[in-house]
Design a protein around this ligand. Structure first.
Ligand code: FDA
Length: 402
């Protein structure tokens, strides 16, 4: 067996490279292993090629987990400002786009190069592409099975990410390693993903693909132990198969199959009150009135779906009917059939149960020397740079404690 490493990090993505660089710079002998042929493909494609590398407002409230406070410790020990300091040190031009989201001006390749340089500065050794066959515990630490032969290590960090986008190399290796050591898992499922709808009630909305507007969306309940409730004000996009856009990606991480999401298509307007108040003064058709506030095709689709003729005249409508229409616009409750799945999901919800890990170090409580970081863990950020901040922070605290 080749010489023993202080740590083998499995997965050279965002969390794995950060962890390897930090441990290496502290003088540890580090081996970083990845099965991919191209380095950090998820960073490369992130943020439309410009990598939304952090969010300056990142706090524990921006994450979904069965154990919401778990991420606090790592996020406070390695903050968005800390990552920004590194970005500035490498003179990577960047800008704030929207609500604290920081992007590279030029290319996400700059973030990959920066992390690679940090690994080089820490003397990190690489095996890539290289298949990992398993991890076993020994009296001295661990043996990591590689297709090039077994490697001995005092510590192993699992940073293999989630299941999203299988075509660029996502696998369940991290989950399999956790299970083989008897660690509990929170069932993984796609997050930050478009939602799909079918059936006759969705038919009026099929032709609306391409329409976008700012909405409020909510799902879940605030009551009860472990209840999950999400609420966002963001853009909604109608697609050929359902709904997408930031509003839907965000709410998808809170949505439970079989339950509704509730949309307010006109958050600034009480539609029923407005229509009732206009009855005496406005003689227009319903379709024309709604098109003052909503895209005309959407107004027509909503009227058809709710049994109103677009050419019905406002003065002829009973108040009760107008209230029903107002509700359909201000409180549109719909049950998604499903989601676009891992093929389109930006992240994977669930993963290694955080109750199995130390929040200070990310080490498994019952397997000293075995760590899980980044997206393998049941900590999932909102859209907007939060997931990378979790990768950096969890990678940093693990790398710093080995
Ligand atoms: P990551 O997926 O980065 O790395 C895992 C590594 O493990 C990969 O290199 C993989 O090859 C390797 N691996 C997997 N299985 C293996 C095996 N069996 N053997 C060996 N190696 C294996 N987030 C954000 O904050 N801002 C953004 O702009 C975006 N944009 C974005 C766009 C798209 C299209 C996606 C899919 C995702 C995002 N994200 C994002 C999410 C973000 O990319 C993600 O949360 C982090 O990359 C997670 O970092 P990890 O290091 O945990 O996994």
């Amino acid at each position: 067996m080749a010489g023993r490493y202080d740590v083998v990090v499995i997965g050279a993505g965002a969390a794995g490279m950060m962890c390897a660089a930090v441990a290496g710079r502290r003088g540890k002998r580090v081996l970083l292993v990845d099965h991919a042929t191209k380095l950090a493909e998820k960073i490369r494609i992130s943020g439309g090629g410009r990598c939304n590398f952090t969010n300056i407002n990142a706090g524990w409230q921006n994450f979904v987990s069965e154990n919401p406070h778990f991420c606090r410790s790592a996020l406070s020990r390695y903050t968005a400002q800390d990552f920004l300091t590194l970005v500035k040190k490498y003179r990577i031009a960047h800008h704030e786009k929207h609500r604290g989201q920081l992007f590279c001006d030029d290319s996400s390749e700059q973030i990959i190069r920066m992390l690679k340089d940090e690994c080089d500065a820490g003397g990190v050794e690489w095996r890539m592409p290289c298949k990992v066959t398993g991890v076993e515990q020994t009296a001295e630490g661990f043996v990591v099975g590689l297709d090039t032969g077994p490697i001995a290590a005092a510590n192993v960090v699992v940073a293999t990410g989630g299941l999203s986008i299988p075509k660029i190399g996502a696998t369940d290796l991290g989950y399999r390693i956790a299970k083989s050591f008897g660690l509990n898992m929170i069932e993984p499922r796609p997050g930050l993903v478009p939602l799909t709808f079918d059936g006759p009630s969705w038919q009026p909305f099929v032709p609306l693909a391409g329409i976008a507007l700012e909405v409020e969306v909510e799902t879940g309940s605030k009551k009860g132990k472990g209840a999950k409730y999400g609420h966002f004000r963001e853009d909604l996009l109608f697609t050929h198969r359902g709904l997408s856009g930031p509003a839907i990606l965000q709410i998808s991480s809170y949505w439970q199959p079989g339950t509704p999401i509730v949309l307010n298509l006109l958050p600034e307007l009480d539609v029923a009150e407005e229509l009732i108040a206009s009855k005496t003064s406005v003689k227009k058709q319903l379709g024309n009135i709604l098109s003052q506030w909503l895209p005309a095709r959407l107004a027509e689709g909503l009227l058809t779906a709710n049994g109103f003729a677009p050419d019905a005249r406002l003065p002829d409508m009973a108040d009760a009917k107008l209230r029903k229409l107002g509700d359909a616009i201000n409180r549109w409750s719909i049950v998604p059939t499903g989601s676009e799945g891992y093929k389109k999901a930006e992240v994977t919800l669930g993963g290694i149960d955080t109750r199995e890990l130390s929040q200070q170090t990310m080490m498994a409580n019952k397997v000293p020397g075995l760590y899980f970081i980044g997206e393998t863990v049941d900590v999932t950020g909102w859209l907007g740079g939060y997931n990378f901040q979790w990768a950096w922070a969890s990678g940093y605290v693990a790398g710093n404690s080995i």
